[in-house]
Ligand binder design. Sequence first.
Ligand SMILES: [Zn+2]
Length: 113
Amino acid sequence: MHETMVAESILRTIIEQAEQVNAKPISAIISCGQFNTLNDEVMSFAFETAAAGTICEKMTLEIKHIPLRATCKQCQTIFEFDVSKPHCAACESSDYVFQPDAPLLLETIEFEE
Ligand SMILES: [Zn+2]
């Protein structure tokens, strides 16, 4: 499962950083785009399972979903793409190009004081 692999990879990164600063991580924020999106519940469970017995046990993981953006070719407006309204938010043109999807990113890790 996608989430399990992501959880294990994120966990490895957090453990490495925790060892560098010699502190216990308490929370982390990750962000993902729309094409490589993560299911919050599955991800939380996968992370909890992977973190059991490590320095990351009991830490919280927040998942931010970054919307897909598109640029209108008519009026150059950059808008958040909504599948139920697939047109430019400003001029309603359906002539637009998608911007690159947000990558999966470990944004911040908070450590215990
Ligand atoms: Zn437009």
